[in-house]
Ligand binder design. Structure first.
Ligand code: C2E
Ligand code: MG
Ligand code: MG
Ligand code: MG
Length: 275
């Protein structure tokens, strides 16, 4: 209802809007304690089949339920966590939550693939893949039911390291998606060197005011040529969904079906949607 929606609406300010230094400093101090205080929660956004309109999976998106400010969005605290050296532990918290949720839903007959966002900084952790393998084993989670989302920005700096880590992730059996596709580098060579399974077309292309504009068309054509699984991000309107369907993009996410929601709310969506 409206009250639950209010509780899950995120505060609007962010760093780029010039948060007062004092406010930011105290938020950073609180961020260091938020994990042990249990203030993070993971919400899930459905990934939909364009044709059948069924739920294929979910993207895990982290939120910070701050005791005073309410729900704080990841655009504020992910960059902070990266700066403060907290992203490794936060990332593992989200990964474990997603794995636990996958097995819980699978046991109830909903064998979804769950996607988890990975910070480029996590790829520098030499123990990352071993830690993930241990979590998958602990919950008895089939690795192919977990997808990791990376962005082109991981290419900044050393390229050999990220490639080695992605190959280890693939060898473990997890899938890899390139997130926000089209917004990063124009160097397309990596698309063939990386073990990618999915491209997520960034919402700026899906929401282009004139959806027929050439750049959006080019991105879709490129996806088709690469023969990778394609997901349209940020589908908000029926017109955008129709555009996506006309281009034979198989999957989408967006407010048109649902924003990211807490797990119980997601379960209600599962019950109400054809399998
Ligand atoms: P992302 O991975 O590209 O996630 C998609 C973002 O688009 C989410 O914002 C989602 O709520 C939003 N979105 C989904 N559908 C629509 C739509 O129809 N319209 C519009 N306008 N937006 C839509 P959110 O949850 O605020 O996350 C922002 C970013 O924070 C994510 O972008 C991701 O880069 C990062 N993030 C979130 N959770 C994590 C995490 O656990 N780890 C890491 N490293 N980054 C995360
Ligand atoms: Mg993502
Ligand atoms: Mg994205
Ligand atoms: Mg993004």
């Amino acid at each position: 209802g409206a009250k639950a929606e209010g509780r899950n609406r995120m505060v609007l300010y962010n760093e780029s809007m010039g948060m007062e230094l004092r406010a930011r400093t105290s938020l950073e101090a609180e961020l260091r304690l938020a994990l042990e205080r249990g203030e993070f929660e993971v919400h899930y956004q459905p990934r939909m089949a364009v044709r059948s309109r069924s739920i294929l999976g979910a993207e895990a998106l982290v939120r910070w339920r701050h005791p005073v400010h309410g729900l704080v969005g990841p655009d504020i605290f992910i960059p902070m966590s990266e700066r403060l050296g907290l992203i490794g532990r936060l990332g593992m918290f989200v990964f474990e939550a997603a794995v636990r949720q996958q097995t819980e839903w699978a046991a109830r007959g909903h064998d979804l693939q769950i996607s988890v966002n990975l910070s480029p900084l996590q790829l520098a952790d030499t123990h990352l893949v071993a830690r993930m393998a241990a979590v998958l084993r602990r919950y008895g989670c089939e690795p192919s039911r977990i997808e990791l989302e990376v962005t082109e920005s991981m290419l900044l700096g050393n390229e050999e390291r990220p490639i080695a880590v992605l190959k280890a992730i693939e060898a473990l059996g997890m899938s890899i998606a390139l997130d926000d596709f089209g917004t990063g580098y124009s160097n397309l060579a990596y698309l063939q060197r990386y073990p990618l399974h999915t491209l997520k077309i960034d919402k700026t292309f899906i929401q282009a005011p004139d959806v027929d504009r050439p750049l959006a068309e080019m991105i879709v054509s490129l996806c088709r040529l690469l023969k990778l699984n394609v997901v349209a991000e940020g589908v908000e309107t029926s017109e955008q969904l129709a555009w996506v369907a006309r281009r034979e993009i198989a999957e989408y996410q967006g407010y048109h079906f649902s924003p990211p929601v807490p797990a119980p709310h997601f379960e209600a969506l599962l019950e109400a949607t054809p399998a």
